[in-house]
Design a binder for this molecule. Structure first.
Ligand code: FES
Length: 178
């Protein structure tokens, strides 16, 4: 092997290392950016939820912009209970229709964040305490939400927030898009 051959091999090795280095940076950067998204990126992020598997009477928990999101399929009886409440008796008067989408009034999408001091209410998982109004119960200070996730009792000042969302098909919603 001549001197020229050694130099050539070194060059190839250095080139290979450099390529690995560049590749490494390219791989690591998105991981870091995913772990710590900037406020701007987070504010624009959306969450897609397949709602086809949620049976009437069931709710599921998802995550939207790092916060809990509840998606609940109401039974006919739960819808009837929500519609039977006079709006004038509510602390934060909103009808079930106000809080759902036309043609999908059985699907209730809310943030899973209590409007009192931000605890996560119970009632979105199998067997959890739904409280005396059949919706959600906040274990921190006892706020009770009805089947439209409206505040009915306890210190929370307002209903669980309904985020912007839209249906992209009969079975899929995208939260974060009006
Ligand atoms: Fe829910 Fe206080 S944080 S009742």
């Amino acid at each position: 092997m001549g001197a020229g051959g050694v130099r050539r091999r070194d060059f190839i090795n250095i080139a290979a290392l450099s390529a690995a280095g560049v590749g490494g940076v390219a791989v690591i950067y998105p991981m870091i950016s995913q772990m710590a998204p900037s406020a701007d990126v987070l504010a624009e992020s959306t969450t897609e939820v397949d709602v086809s598997a949620i049976e009437p009477g069931q709710a599921i928990k998802a995550v939207f912009r790092k916060q809990p999101l509840f998606v609940r399929r109401l039974t006919p009886a739960e819808m009837e209970a929500a519609n039977a409440v006079p709006l004038s008796s509510l602390r934060d008067p909103q009808s079930l229709a106000d809080r759902t989408k036309p043609g999908h009034t059985d699907l209730l999408v809310t943030m899973g964040v209590c409007t009192h001091l931000g605890c996560v209410p119970l009632g979105a998982a199998e067997g959890e305490n739904k409280g005396e109004f059949g919706g959600y119960f906040c274990p921190c200070h006892g706020s009770q939400f009805d089947t439209a996730a409206r505040i009915r009792k306890g210190p929370a000042p307002t209903n669980l927030e309904v985020p912007d969302y839209s249906f992209t098909s009969d079975t899929t919603i995208v939260v974060g898009e009006a």
